[in-house]
Design a protein around this ligand. Structure first.
Ligand code: BYC
Length: 352
């Protein structure tokens, strides 16, 4: 509560020489200063270290949203496993979807180190209280979408997540290393699929173009609201959870992806897209923020379906969780009953 004043970057009418930490009780203020000094020195914060309550809350929010995104993110692709056009494509897609499940698990594990339980987080997801990435509320209509999702969605994810490998919170940063390696495989398989289609028949080329047309703007929006509207960026960047702002990452993504589209012989669906010689970056047309916020609010094309599917999977899996718990209990009981009774000097000492 005392730390709320530290949450926001100073507005134009704020005296910037004012130190909000001066409002905190002495020991808490100095703990905050020491904490920020560790962050500034690129030290890693570990679960047992002191941290401001707001840092903990922010990490739980971001890591949980990330975990939920991975879990919900299995649906648009899982939808195509039975319709993959060859055994090789099916095996690759199954592996990718399994990877997303694994990412969700590492991330729930990382969130648990902050004192929240996985059950609590999962309950928040299935009750629809919390967010997951907007991108997974769009439908995958054709096989080409498997290429576009891998190329663009995993491509955007990598751009966002590579800097998270240097996040100030140790368990999140370490989880991101493996996640990024796997995302890199996902991006390449998506691009290779797009390349195959774009070197194929006119119908296959048209499918690839149609998929790019539908996934380009949602992928651009994945990076979140513009910096001006990003409520969390100022503090997460000060705490080195985020290393780049939403707009910076979006620009990096555009700059690497446009030449990839050109190599495929596909057209990015943005009539305003231009390379700007002065800045050395691509300029893009206006983003439809009304669409973004509608999807984030729950009114995207597939929000209700995604959540209903997740909820049903959770309910249908209740017996598996109950069986796993019963098995763990039995094993524990067996272990306890087979442990030799304590004897000898140590036990004698305990009794004494
Ligand atoms: N969709 O202040 P801001 C994946 C929310 S998984 C929905 O800029 P922040 C993958 C934001 O949460 C992809 N909501 O927030 C998986 C906040 O709402 P709350 C997910 C969004 O946190 C399977 C509000 O808008 N990746 O890649 O500083 C297969 C204001 O935003 C979105 C991660 O989660 C969105 N797109 O920045 C393939 C990475 N954007 O919480 C791929 C980790 C923003 O105040 N997360 N919001 O109610 C992050 O890096 C950051 O959380 C974000 C947002 C850049 C996403």
């Amino acid at each position: 509560m005392y730390t709320q004043g530290l949450d926001e970057a100073p507005g134009p009418d704020v005296d910037e020489s004012f130190d909000p930490a001066s409002l905190l009780p002495d020991d808490e203020a100095s703990a905050e200063l020491r904490f920020q000094a560790r962050i500034d020195a690129e030290d890693r914060i570990e679960p047992t270290d002191w941290m401001p309550a707001e840092y903990r809350r922010t990490l739980i929010r971001q890591i949980a949203q990330h975990a939920h995104s991975e879990v919900i993110g299995m649906q648009p692709e899982g939808n195509w496993i039975t319709r993959a056009p060859s055994l090789r494509r099916k095996a690759v897609l199954i592996a990718k979807v399994q990877d997303e499940a694994g990412h969700g698990l590492y991330l729930y594990g990382a969130a648990e180190t902050l004192g929240v339980s996985r059950e609590e987080l999962v309950d928040q997801l299935v009750s629809g209280e919390v967010k997951y990435s907007s991108i997974f509320n769009y439908p995958t209509l054709t096989w080409a979408d498997m290429g576009a999702v891998g190329w663009l969605v995993d491509g955007a994810a990598i751009m966002n997540q590579i800097p998270l490998c240097r996040c100030s919170y140790g368990p999140y940063a370490r989880a991101m290393v493996r996640v990024c390696k796997e995302e890199s495989f996902h991006q390449r398989q998506g691009y290779e699929l797009m390349l195959t289609l774009s070197r194929g028949t006119p119908q296959q080329q048209a499918m690839a173009q149609d998929a790019l047309n539908r996934w380009w703007w949602p992928a651009i929006m994945m990076f979140g609201p513009s910096d001006a509207d990003s409520v969390h960026s100022a503090k997460t960047m000060r705490w080195k959870i985020k290393r780049f702002s939403n707009d910076e990452l979006r620009q990096k993504f555009v700059d690497v992806t446009v030449p990839q589209a050109e190599y495929l012989g596909l057209t990015v669906p943005d009539p305003d897209l231009r390379f700007n010689d002065e800045t050395g970056h691509y300029d893009i047309g206006p983003i439809d923020w009304d669409e973004f916020f509608a999807v984030v609010r729950g009114d995207g094309p597939c929000n209700r379906q995604r959540l209903a599917t997740r909820r049903a999977a959770h309910e249908n899996g209740a017996w598996v969780r109950a069986a796993a718990e019963a098995h763990a209990r039995k094993q524990q009981e067996r272990q306890q009953s087979s442990e030799p009774a304590a004897t000898g000097p140590a036990a004698a000492g305990q009794v004494a």
